[in-house]
Design a protein around this ligand. Structure first.
Ligand SMILES: [Zn+2]
Length: 74
């Protein structure tokens, strides 16, 4: 179960596979990007590029967490 937020700011929960980072908002039908316990970011809600920008941010966030786990194990 993942939370997604659409450009209009609706936060919805979806049962989707991990790979599905974008789903249609159940409120307004716009593409909603996944939220990964992220701090609220300033987004231009009308620009679809925000989804990929958000995904890049999420990827960096995950990579950093992985690195930190590795360092802790070493
Ligand atoms: Zn919406």
């Amino acid at each position: 179960m993942f939370e997604h937020m659409c450009p209009a700011g609706h936060i919805t929960e979806h049962y989707v596979s991990y790979e599905m980072t974008v789903v249609p908002c159940t409120v307004c039908g716009t593409d909603a990007g996944r939220i990964i316990s992220a701090p609220r970011v300033e987004l231009d809600g009308t620009d679809p590029i925000y989804v990929s920008a958000y995904d890049r941010w999420a990827k960096r966030h995950e990579d950093k967490a992985k690195q930190e786990r590795k360092q802790n194990q070493a």
